[in-house]
Design a protein around this ligand. Structure first.
Ligand SMILES: [Zn+2]
Ligand SMILES: [Zn+2]
Length: 142
């Protein structure tokens, strides 16, 4: 009997993410759309023709700043994975994450000022491409 199907990736394994350099066309956006008015998310069309789309909620939970990164590590969450709220508590209403503004950082990243006031995350193109959540990439990363 095989248990492979239910094997959970340990935090150790998650940290061992391959840090091989990606080809330049893969991490260079051809078009970047911040769908701020509709609140939908961020869409990037890459030079290699791939398209990525993330919801703002996902991006907020994937904030790459040191504080958010450490908090995720401590809780064993992957980038984009929401905080687990104790089931015993009634859910408190919290406005869904949405950027008040988005600005380019050099030519290698984008940063958001979130509606909860947080603004220290710098989302590099490399980071975003590595965390593409399209069906194809999600399947490949499993
Ligand atoms: Zn952060
Ligand atoms: Zn993808």
């Amino acid at each position: 009997m095989s248990h492979e199907g239910i094997r959970l990736v340990s935090a150790e394994e998650a940290r061992r993410a391959p840090e091989t350099e990606l080809p330049r066309e893969m991490v260079t956006p051809a078009k970047v759309r911040v769908q701020q008015s509709t609140g939908e998310g961020l869409e990037i069309e890459w030079k290699d023709g791939h398209r990525s789309r993330w919801s703002f909620v996902w991006l907020r939970d994937a904030c790459p700043c040191a504080t958010c990164h450490e908090e995720r590590e401590a809780q064993g969450r992957k980038p984009g994975e929401g905080k687990v709220k104790p089931a015993s508590l009634l859910p408190m209403y919290q406005a869904p994450a949405r950027p008040e503004s988005a600005s380019p950082v050099g030519n290698y990243a984008i940063s958001f000022k979130w509606n909860d006031g947080h603004a220290s995350g710098i989302y590099s193109w490399d980071y975003l491409r590595r965390h593409c959540v399209c069906e194809e990439c999600v399947r490949d990363s499993r």
